[in-house]
Ligand binder design. Structure first.
Ligand code: EPU
Length: 304
């Protein structure tokens, strides 16, 4: 009998994770599973924990670096239809459920860039502030992703989670405790969230979206390049990109990984790169910035 007895229909074995991350690096997951609903997800996590099997939830892999040896546990993907649903409630078309007007409920697996455009087209503005941030609703909420025009947490009303006691709970935004690239959701699995948006003109919203997207595009490596967005969090009152730049590290290369010449808080990988090349470059940037500026950088990406 194996620890995953009964879960065989939703499990795959030795799944290459490089295909599931923006970096396209790293080894396989020992197991990968796509639970069909919340109850199956909860049962699977309980079973894995009972058997001492480590688990992770993977969204679109925009903020994750997988080590070359792979992940020795189970990687869970919330790609079943139930995790991809979106429900709108606008003044013009109120939801028949309990959703207040100008609120949208989205499952954790929903693609965030598409979600932004869909809310704008329905005449709900706000999320365009996050134009160009890749990932899933679950991933963005979990880490309170954002940029210079806002963070996802400022639009969130409630978050549905599988909590640390493995119960399903609806948390208020206060309970989630959104702060710079952090939440209280460590150890929880985000199942979905509701967003409170503002009625507005779709054309103006889409225009602002385009402006913010273009600005990001002009200052950061192209989306097609293999990276994981910003590698480090900004230290309070400072910019990690500027510090790495001032330490003279733009264009520094280890193997197939390079500190971007366009924005020093990005590492880009080419076809020859290994995950270890990126890890070595992260170490180098940390050491150099510490010795030059006396600041200890903290990674924003997750390393599995
Ligand atoms: N700068 C440099 N050299 C560089 C990069 C930046 O001198 O190589 C300077 C810039 O000229 C600017 C300052 O540093 O004066 C800040 O740079 P920027 O405006 O690019 O913003 P950032 O703080 O580096 C943050 C987020 C990004 C987000 C941008 C734009 C973090 C860690 N980064 O970057 O988020 O896209 O603002 O909104 O908070 C991410 O989190 O993955 C991410 C890419």
């Amino acid at each position: 009998m194996s620890w995953y007895d009964g879960f065989e229909p939703i499990i795959r074995y030795e799944v290459p994770l490089r295909e599931h991350t923006w970096f396209h690096l790293g080894g396989p997951a020992r197991w990968m599973a796509a639970p069909r609903d919340e109850a199956e997800l909860a049962a699977l996590v309980n079973r894995a924990e009972g058997a001492g099997v480590p688990w992770r939830v993977l969204g679109h892999g925009a903020n994750v670096l997988v080590r070359d040896e792979g992940f020795p546990g189970i990687v869970i993907r919330l790609e079943a239809p139930v995790f991809g649903s979106v429900e709108f409630s606008t003044d013009a078309a109120p939801s028949p459920s309990t959703l207040p007007p100008n609120t949208v409920r989205a499952g954790a697996g929903v693609d965030f860039p598409k979600f932004i455009r869909d809310t704008l087209k329905r005449g709900l503005v706000g999320l365009e502030a996050l134009a160009g941030v890749p990932g899933t609703v679950g991933g963005l909420v979990r880490m309170n992703a954002g940029g210079k025009y806002g963070e996802v947490g400022q639009f969130v009303r409630t978050v549905r989670v599988l909590d640390k006691t493995r119960q399903i709970a609806d948390l208020s935004r206060e309970q989630v405790g959104f702060r710079y690239r952090r939440t209280n959701l460590d150890g929880c699995i985000v199942l979905g969230a509701t967003f409170e948006l503002t009625p507005g003109d779709p054309a103006e919203g889409l225009e602002r979206h385009k402006r913010i997207w273009t600005e990001k595009h002009d200052n950061q490596p192209a989306v097609a390049q293999r990276s994981a967005g910003c590698i480090f969090k900004n230290p309070p009152g400072n910019s990690a990109g500027r510090l790495i730049d001032q330490a003279g590290l733009k264009n520094t290369r280890i193997g197939g990984a390079t500190i971007s010449p366009k924005h020093a808080n990005f590492i880009v990988a080419d076809d020859t790169a290994t995950a270890q090349n990126v890890i070595d470059l992260i170490r180098l940037a940390k050491d150099r910035v510490h010795s030059v500026a006396g600041v200890m950088l903290e990674t924003e990406i997750e390393i599995w």
